[in-house]
Design a protein around this ligand. Structure first.
Ligand code: BLA
Length: 524
C-alpha cells in the first residue's frame, strides 16, 4: 500500500491470495523442477511432518524427502495430472522417524511456469491420512451414487439445493452445510441448509458482495474446492519464498494447502468457526454460488476422498442447476410466445378496437404477470385488474408519451419517475410501452415491502487501521441478525417479461400502421 493511499474495500480486492508464500500446516508441500527432478522449494514444516531436515530436502531428489518407493509411485503418477481439477490423490506410505505413515498425495503443475513449453514446476502436496477408511467402494462410490440418484429425482430447484446440502453434510461431517447463492451483484443469500440440530439457522440470511472479494471469486472459478481444516493454524512458509530459477513466487491457485487470507481467517474467527470448506457452483464457467461448510466443535479435516466426492456432487449440481433453470425458462417462453401470437392475431382484426383486442381473453395480464394493466389507443381506454380510473390512465399515457421513451421499465417508480408516481401512488413497478402511431400499454405492480435479513450489518465492516507502513483491514465483528426494510419497490420485471413486452410493442406499431393505411384507403 502506497503512503497516503486510501484504505477501503479495494485493498481487500488487491490481496494476491494465489501467491501467499505459505500453506496450512496440515500437510507439506514440495515444488520440483521438471527438468532435473530436484526440489526447488518446500515448506518449512518438512521436519515436523516427514522427519527430514529442510536443508537436506532443498536441492535434493524427491526420494530424499519421502523415500525411494513413495518417490517412484508419485513420479509414475505425474502423467495423469494434466488438468489440475481432474487430479486424483495417490495413497503412499512414508517412513517418518522409522515408522510407516500413510499420506494422501496430490500433484499438479504450477500454472504460468513453463520450460521450453513444458510445465516447469511440479507441486507435490502430502497430507497425513485422516480418514478411518481409505478410498473404498462403500466410503466413496456408494454415497455419491445414492446422492446422484436423489439429485436426479429432484423436480424443483429448491429440492436440488436441499438434497445437495444434506448429502454434502453426510459425506464430510461438517456441523453446518449451506447453499449460498449470489445475486447479479454478488451479494449472497443462504437458500438451503443442513445443520446440527442445536445450531441457530442461517437459512434466509443475506451477506454483502464484499465478504468474498473479486479476486477470491476469480480463484474459486478455477479451483473448485478449499478447506481450512483449522482456522487457528500457524502458517508454514514456503522456502525460499521465490523460485530460485524464475525469481517468481510459487502460484498456489490449485494448491490444496494454500494458506488463506488473514482477513478471512479473522472473519471466520469472529463468526465462531473452527473449520470451513467451500465448493464452487458454476454456471457457464462463472461463479453462481458456493456450498459453504462450517465446523464449530474444533478442527475438522475430511479425507481428500470425501472432499473430492463432495466436489463432484457440486459439479453435478452445477450442471443440473443449468438444465433445470433452462427447462423452466423454455416452458415459460413457449407459453408466452403462444399468448403473444393470439394477442397479435386479434389486434389484426379491424373490427375490434385495439384496446379491446389487448384486454380480452387472452389479455395483457396473461402475457405479463402484474396487478393491473391498461391500454390507451384510438381515443379509447380499457383496463384490466386493479387499474386506476380512466382519467388517470389517460393522464399517465399522456405523461409517458411526453417522456420520449419506447419501453419504460422500473421496479422503483417513485425514485425513478417521481412525477408518474404521483398519478399512481399504489404502484411501485411499471412496465410501459409507448407505441408509434399513438398507443400506450402499461402494466403496474404493487409495492412489496421486502425485509432483507443480513448476517450482520453489511455497512459495518472493513475496519481499517494503519500500523506504521502497513494497513490492517478487518472484517466486521458482529454477525448478529440485522434486518433491513426495503420500501418503494415492486417485484422485479424479468428479462423474459421485458422481451415479450418489447416484441408486443413492435407488433402493435406495425398493426397501427396497417390500420392507418386501411383508413386512408377507405377514405379515398
Ligand atoms: C473468502 N468469504 C470467503 C469465503 C467465504 C466467505 C465462504 C471462501 C473461503 C472459505 O471457504 O471459507 C464468506 N462465509 C462467507 C459468508 C458466509 C460464510 C458470506 O460462511 C455466510 C454464511 N472478507 C470480508 C472483508 C474482506 C474479506 C471485509 O468480510 C476483505 C477486506 C476477504 N473473504 C475475503 C478473502 C477471501 C474470502 C480475501 C479469500 C480467502 C482465501 O481463499 O484465501
Amino acid at each position: 500500500l502506497a503512503p497516503g493511499e486510501a484504505v477501503d474495500l479495494d485493498n481487500c480486492a488487491r490481496e494476491p491470495i494465489h501467491i501467499p508464500g505459505r500453506i496450512q500446516p496440515r500437510g507439506v508441500l514440495l515444488a520440483l523442477r521438471t527438468d532435473d527432478g530436484l526440489v526447488n522449494q518446500c515448506t518449512e514444516n518438512v521436519a515436523d511432518v516427514l522427519g527430514v531436515d529442510l536443508g537436506t530436502v532443498l536441492g535434493a531428489p524427491l526420494a530424499t524427502a519421502v523415500g525411494d518407493e513413495a518417490a517412484r509411485t508419485l513420479l509414475t503418477h505425474v502423467a495423469s495430472v494434466d488438468d489440475p481439477r481432474l487430479r486424483n490423490p495417490v495413497e503412499i506410505d512414508i517412513a517418518v522417524h522409522g515408522s510407516p505413515r500413510r499420506f494422501e498425495a496430490v500433484l499438479h503443475h504450477a500454472p504460468d511456469s513453463a520450460l521450453d513449453g513444458r510445465p516447469a514446476v511440479l507441486v507435490v502436496e502430502l497430507e497425513p491420512f485422516s480418514g478411518p477408511t481409505s478410498l473404498t467402494y462403500t466410503s466413496t462410490f456408494e454415497p455419491v451414487r445414492d446422492a446422484l440418484t436423489e439429485l436426479d429425482r429432484a423436480s424443483s430447484l429448491q429440492q436440488l439445493y436441499d438434497v445437495a446440502v444434506r448429502r454434502v453434510r453426510e459425506l464430510t461431517g461438517f456441523d453446518r452445510v449451506m447453499l449460498y447463492r449470489f445475486d447479479p451483484d454478488y451479494n449472497g443469500e443462504v437458500v438451503a441448509e443442513a445443520r446440527r440440530d442445536d445450531l441457530n439457522p442461517f437459512l434466509g440470511l443475506h451477506y454483502p458482495a464484499s465478504d468474498i472479494p473479486p479476486q477470491a471469486r476469480a480463484l474459486y472459478e478455477k479451483n473448485w474446492i478449499r478447506l481450512i481444516a483449522d482456522v487457528g493454524y500457524r502458517p508454514a512458509d514456503v522456502v525460499p519464498t521465490d523460485d530460485p530459477v524464475s525469481g517468481r513466487p510459487l502460484d498456489l491457485t490449485y494448491g490444496t494447502l494454500r494458506s488463506v487470507s488473514p482477513i478471512h481467517v479473522e472473519y471466520l474467527q469472529n463468526m465462531g468457526v473452527d473449520a470451513s470448506m467451500s465448493i464452487s457452483l458454476l454456471r457457464d464457467g462463472r461463479l453462481w454460488g458456493l456450498i459453504a461448510c462450517h465446523h464449530y466443535s474444533g478442527p475438522h479435516a475430511p479425507s481428500y476422498a470425501a472432499r473430492a466426492a463432495a466436489e463432484f456432487l457440486g459439479s453435478t449440481l452445477s450442471a443440473r442447476l443449468v438444465t433445470q433453470a433452462e427447462d423452466d425458462r423454455a416452458s415459460a417462453a413457449r407459453r408466452s410466445a403462444g399468448v403473444l401470437a393470439r394477442l397479435v392475431a386479434v389486434t389484426r382484426d379491424d373490427d375490434v378496437p385495439l384496446t379491446s383486442a389487448l384486454t380480452g381473453d387472452p389479455g395483457l395480464l396473461d402475457l405479463v404477470d402484474a396487478d393491473a394493466a391498461f391500454v390507451v389507443a384510438e381515443g379509447r381506454v380499457e383496463r384490466q385488474g386493479d387499474a386506476p380510473e380512466e382519467e388517470v390512465c389517460r393522464r399517465l399515457a399522456h405523461a409517458l408519451a411526453e417522456l420520449d421513451v419506447e419501453v419504460l421499465v422500473t421496479d422503483r417508480l417513485a425514485r425513478q419517475e417521481p412525477e408518474l408516481a404521483t398519478l399512481v401512488p399504489d404502484a411501485a413497478g411499471m412496465l410501459a410501452l409507448v407505441v408509434p402511431g399513438g398507443a400506450v400499454a402499461v402494466w403496474l405492480r404493487r409495492e412489496v415491502v421486502q425485509s432483507v435479513d443480513w448476517g450482520g450489518d453489511p455497512r459495518n465492516k472493513a475496519i481499517a487501521r494503519r500500523e506504521g507502513d502497513t494497513v490492517r483491514l478487518s472484517p466486521r465483528k458482529s454477525f448478529a441478525r440485522w434486518r433491513e426494510i426495503v420500501r418503494g419497490t415492486s417485484e422485479a420485471w424479468s428479462d423474459d417479461e421485458i422481451d415479450v413486452a418489447t416484441s408486443l410493442r413492435s407488433y402493435l406499431g406495425e398493426g397501427l400502421l396497417l390500420r392507418g393505411r386501411r383508413d386512408i384507403r377507405a377514405a379515398a
